[in-house]
Design a protein around this ligand. Structure first.
Ligand code: F6P
Length: 347
């Protein structure tokens, strides 16, 4: 008699890493085991499917990973649809793996690939990940809460030294297309001015805000700037012109540009702190651990129910799902309400 082999679910983590990826992987393995599936981990995002780099994931291999930052599967910014040769390899390897369903954990790029594959019949479910929190269709991505708590702590620390030295502190945070981290981290840290891609501002206006604050006797200030912010009429500040496989440039440096202008125009001594990848590292907050866990469980349930071509999401306090096709090509921008709330505290 033929022995019955378990159906297998594959999981990969793609794009920039963030805290909570391991919590998703753990939840997927635990829920899959409960429903009678085996799980295979695909290494380094889509690259693992192009190169057939896979490993079985068991209850043992995911034990203890809930609080760990990064991803035990590794990640990459590989676009497997960039060349027909890579796409051919990916499809052949998917066939070889005989997956019942694939879980793609990632941001706009990873989920964009998932959507295209879903249109071609691949049985895939997405999980929205990014510290930038800019994925349409969900109220929150996992990783964002942790990044905000890191930024808030950094601003608190910068406040004390800013006050001692009567300086302006410019804090550059991540946020390629949207200013979620800058706005929410800045609000939580009591920033005096927040600069985000959704809301260009002139250098004159920024200096006016700081001078107004100075005039009322507050001789130090905190300015939070998202890396994707552009001064009115200026071009985007980039580190170099190199593009990744999804066509993104390396951002970074806008904080320095703004700091120099502030010092030149106001005479206030100004320093810059670039938080960079510190925002993506380390252990997830309790909120992100729970959100990641709920997302992982729901992703397996969607596969079990045959709801492919979807993405798990948070709607209010409920975990739900949306079709991948309805969310792609859109960005979730910071709401006008949050922006105007932040503005009340400027100057
Ligand atoms: O996509 C998230 C993000 O944090 C962006 O805000 C940032 O521009 C990018 O990752 C930087 O990623 P890396 O340096 O790892 O390529």
């Amino acid at each position: 008699m033929k022995s019955k082999t378990k159906r297998t679910i594959g999981i990969l983590t793609g794009g920039g890493d963030c805290p909570g990826l391991n919590a998703v992987i753990r939840a997927v393995v635990r829920r899959a085991e409960m429903l009678g599936y085996a799980v295979v981990g695909i290494k380094h995002g889509w690259l693992g499917l192009v190169q057939y780099s896979v490993e079985p994931l068991t209850l043992m291999s995911v034990s203890g990973i809930l609080p760990r930052g990064g991803t035990i599967l590794g990640t990459s910014r590989t676009n497997p649809l960039k060349t027909p040769a890579d796409k051919k390899k990916l499809l052949a390897n998917l066939k070889k793996l005989k997956l019942h369903g694939l879980i793609a954990v990632g941001g706009e790029d990873t989920l964009g690939v998932a959507r295209q594959l879903a249109e071609e019949g691949v049985r895939v479910v997405g999980v929205p990940k990014t510290i930038d929190n800019d994925i349409e269709g969900t109220d929150q991505t996992f990783g964002f809460d942790t990044a905000v708590s890191i930024v808030t702590e950094a601003i608190d620390r910068l406040h004390t030294t800013a006050e001692s030295h009567q300086r302006v502190m410019v804090v550059e945070v991540m946020g390629r297309h949207t200013g979620w981290i800058a706005t929410v981290g800045g609000l939580a840290g009591g920033a005096d001015c927040i600069l985000i891609p959704e809301h260009p501002m002139s250098i004159e206006k920024i200096c006016e805000i700081l001078e107004k604050r100075h005039a009322r006797g507050r001789l130090f200030s905190i300015v939070v700037v998202a890396e994707g912010f552009q001064l009115d009429g200026a071009t985007q500040v980039t580190r170099d012109q190199k593009l990744d496989q999804f066509g993104h440039v390396h951002l970074g440096g806008v904080g320095e540009v703004i700091a120099q202008e502030i010092e030149k125009r106001t005479g206030f001594e100004t320093r810059v702190t670039v938080l960079g990848h510190v925002q993506r590292g380390g252990t997830p907050t309790a909120f992100d651990r729970v959100l990641s866990t709920r997302y992982g469980v729901k992703a397996v349930d969607l596969i079990h129910e045959g709801r492919f071509g979807t993405m798990v999401c948070l709607k209010g306090n409920e975990i739900s799902y949306v079709p991948l096709s309805t969310i792609m090509g859109k960005l979730k921008r910071v709401s006008p309400e949050l922006i105007s709330t932040a503005e009340i505290f400027y100057g």
